[in-house]
Write a protein that binds this ligand. Structure first.
Ligand code: SAH
Length: 466
């Protein structure tokens, strides 16, 4: 099976820098299921084509090096050597991984360069959907699609047509985007994967689907088929996508709104300063910032040598991208870079990656969760992730009158359009006490910001310790 990518961007041979493959050489790579070859059938300044050819070890994959087999893979004679499938996605990530992940050390400006690109796949199975499905997947992404259906066997025309197409898709885009689209959509069209699909497949889908999947009209079908029809995984992926897409566009705007309101007393800085002091005093060396937003707390944490492992998690990809830029993660010295990472995830789902930390901070996040989801959050953080200390802040609704909020009364004068609720000091205390009893923590409460004698502080903080 063969994938070729052609560009007429000039100089076209620049594609070699992005792929980290020299256009004058033919290279081969051993993969668990066979051999991959990368070569350039054409490499001039005007036009350059790179080819990724896979030579699948048909006997090897059947004999079981590849774990559990099913259906078609049980037989030595199968279509895997010829059909573009999840093997190709793996090869893209192993062999063209730098370009797929948008890195290019020699010419970094090429990563975001939009260029005319054409990918040709021979042959791509479009199962259960044929050419209409192929178009429904690629056309909304802006590709021009050409497809030629291949007969099952040229010698036996009576066998009719198979699900196999020679496909050409063209568009002006970045190489990274093209590769990410192919990585996800190839196994979706083949409607199968050569390996067992587990929970981390959702992360792969979220990662490779960043920036396009949440708004794709066929996102349901893509998630279902990508996750091998494991409904529970597909459901989780879709709800994560939904959260990410609804939050993505509004988070930035809303954060600004919230910030300007609170700026008057620079509450934000006071809050972060207080959180930092509490986290430092807990003696922690690993810190997890849940709902880290654009990374303001992470930046403060990074300055403190005491913390050797700092992780920020958020459901909004946009916020994580901003955090990544603001923290300049790409250009940090390796010793600093090793200490910090960002992850995309939701606080509503149990996630092994957030287990085992000394401290978790949850700063101005819970009020963004609907009441029924708050219950899921409680278990995810206090029962499963179980950090030794949890530092959590939320607005004190009593204080809002001080700011003479201009919000409309129907939303009960909350501080921010996206807040689902805000609590009085009493409500927060009742909740905190209940959590501490239920999950075996001790809790104490601290005021944050200038306290009003009658109304209390603008922000309230609970510190839970095990
Ligand atoms: N802690 C940051 C950001 C607060 S804004 C700060 O203090 O500046 C609330 C953040 O919670 C947003 O970035 C939002 O994307 C995130 N968030 C909302 N629901 C979430 C969920 N279910 N899982 C993870 N993060 C969530």
């Amino acid at each position: 099976m063969l994938l070729t990518i052609t560009t007429t961007y000039q100089p076209a041979t620049d594609i070699g820098f992005m792929l980290r493959k020299n256009p004058t050489r033919c290279q081969d790579f051993m993969l668990p299921f066979g051999k991959a070859y990368v070569f350039y059938p054409e490499a001039t300044e005007k036009k350059c084509t790179v080819a990724l050819l896979l030579d699948i070890d048909q006997i090897g994959i059947v004999r079981g090096k590849q774990g559990p087999k099913s259906g078609m893979l049980d037989q030595y004679v199968n279509d895997r050597p010829y059909a573009v499938s999840s093997f190709m996605s793996v090869a893209i990530s192993k062999v063209l991984g730098t370009a797929l992940n948008g890195k290019c050390n020699q010419k970094p400006e090429l990563v975001d360069t939009i260029m005319p690109l054409t990918a040709k796949l021979s042959v791509l199975p479009c199962r259960r959907g044929g050419e209409p499905l192929l178009r429904k997947l690629f056309e909304p992404l802006g590709y021009k699609v050409k497809a030629k259906r291949e007969p099952l066997d040229t010698k036996f025309e009576e066998w009719g047509e198979g699900p196999y197409f020679t496909v050409e898709i063209s568009r002006k885009t970045t190489l990274k985007e093209l590769l990410n689209h192919l990585y996800v959509l190839i196994p979706v069209l083949d409607n199968s994967k050569h390996y067992f699909v587990s929970d981390d497949e959702i992360d792969k889908l979220m990662d490779k689907g960043k920036g396009w999947l949440a708004t794709h009209p066929e996102k349901d079908a893509i998630a279902r088929r990508y996750l091998k029809h494991r409904t529970s995984l597909a459901r989780e992926a879709l709800s994560r996508l939904m959260e990410a897409s609804t939050l993505k566009d509004v988070t930035e705007e809303l954060n600004l709104e919230e910030e300007s309101l609170e700026k008057k007393i620079s509450l934000n800085e006071v809050r972060l300063g207080t959180v930092l002091a509490v986290v430092k005093n807990s003696g922690a060396s690993s810190v997890l910032d849940l709902g880290c937003g654009e990374g303001k707390l992470l930046r403060l944490l990074l300055k403190e040598k005491q913390f050797s492992k700092i992780v920020g998690m958020d459901v909004s990809v946009r916020s994580l991208e901003i955090a990544n830029e603001r923290l300049r993660l790409e250009s940090l010295a390796p010793v600093m870079r090793e200490r910090i990472s960002l992850m995309h995830g939701s606080l509503l789902y149990r996630d092994k990656r957030i287990e085992g930390f000394d401290v978790a901070t949850v700063i101005e996040v819970i009020e963004h969760l609907d009441a029924p989801r708050l219950a899921a959050f409680e278990r995810v953080v206090f029962e499963f992730a179980k950090p030794k200390t949890v530092v959590l802040t939320t607005p004190n609704i009593e204080y809002n009158v001080v700011w003479d909020l201009e919000n409309d009364d129907t939303i009960k004068k909350l501080r921010h359009r996206d807040h689902r609720f805000e609590w009085t000091r009493k409500e927060f205390e009742v909740w905190g006490q209940e959590i501490s009893k239920r999950f075996g923590y001790n809790v104490r409460f601290l005021p944050v910001g200038d306290e009003d004698k009658r109304l209390g502080p603008p922000t309230q903080m609970a510190i839970f310790e095990r």
